[in-house]
Design a binder for this molecule. Sequence first.
Ligand SMILES: NC(=O)C1=CN([C@@H]2O[C@H](COP(=O)(O)OP(=O)(O)OC[C@H]3O[C@@H](n4cnc5c(N)ncnc54)[C@H](OP(=O)(O)O)[C@@H]3O)[C@@H](O)[C@H]2O)C=CC1
Ligand SMILES: O=CC(=O)O
Length: 339
Amino acid sequence: MSLAPPSTDGSAVRKQVLVFRELPPDQLARLTAVHDVTVANPRKPDERALFDAALAQAHGLIGSSFPIDAAVLARAPRLQVVSSISVGVDNYALDALQARGIVLCHTPGVLDETVADSVFALLMATSRRLVELSQLVREGRWTHNIGEDLFGSDVHGKTLGLLGFGRIGQAVARRAALGFGMPVMYHARRPVDLATQAPELQGKAIHAPLPVLLAQADFVVAMLPLSDSTRGMVNADLFAAMKPGAIFINGGRGATVVEQDLLHALDHGPLRAAGLDVFATEPLPLASPLRTHPRVTPLPHIGSATHDTRHAMAALATTNLLQALAGERPAAVYPPAHA
Ligand SMILES: NC(=O)C1=CN([C@@H]2O[C@H](COP(=O)(O)OP(=O)(O)OC[C@H]3O[C@@H](n4cnc5c(N)ncnc54)[C@H](OP(=O)(O)O)[C@@H]3O)[C@@H](O)[C@H]2O)C=CC1
Ligand SMILES: O=CC(=O)O
């Protein structure tokens, strides 16, 4: 869909913007007020040709869930800015963007609490077997009091081990430590200065050596970005080092986990259960054993999927794009200036 520009007020140079995933109407209106906008989702076969044509002219891209790789960038000779409606930047060819001086923006911060809510919901659901037991009621199999074979495991007071302790990891830690009395251990390459960055977690969360975290955590929650350093990081060695009966939750990116190793840890290793919002291939292929494994609770990548938060992400991404196209420093550029 090409959106005709309103009559120009002559105050600014209109640029070509390609929206590659749907934007809420109010955010689309902010763009069309100042730029020429094409909306085309390359995942839809009937919009692919329009996407390709608009890409060749685009100064700015905004969207998510589609890889903007080196081949796509090579077909966008005028590109100045890519604004992702996501905090994760693993869909973007970072080296090629940097080499061409194309600004990359993303949406940190506005989704932290919502994603942490989702991760904690998954942690609760797996430990108390909520989906499985709800299914039992729905299917008319609740004919007598459930027995020990269907009991769950406690959450409060148990130890949480976080792989990744950034914005979202810390939001998960707050829920665990302040709401559920859980001691928190975290693994990251650099310890976080809790006194300045998360004073409410002082004395409640510690930076622990990975083997210690894995041996002691009742819940291991991965909240890692996908990068060269994290791809396949959660592998057979890590699963083997986890405490017997541990529950594994992944709210970061699927490819940080070796899924075959996860399955082995469920069937032959220490894992009691797993809760997964993200997968190496999304949507999850029908043939994936993770889809139907009885002790896996799979979700369709819904970490930030509330009306409020998805709108806040779209608004921040739109602001970022408008700022960058105006030659200003965007509110949330990747990598951040201090990195
Ligand atoms: N399921 C969903 O819907 C969502 C998933 N996400 C995913 O969550 C990720 C995290 O988001 P956010 O918290 O904002 O990101 P941050 O950048 O704030 O945090 C990332 C954390 O991971 C750590 N980390 C990075 N690389 C490594 C490594 N090699 N080894 C150990 N720790 C590492 C960082 O610490 P250090 O650099 O010191 O190692 C930091 O603690 C996103 O990148 C995205 O992929 C985000 C939103 C929604
Ligand atoms: O996975 C979602 C994101 O914002 O990143």
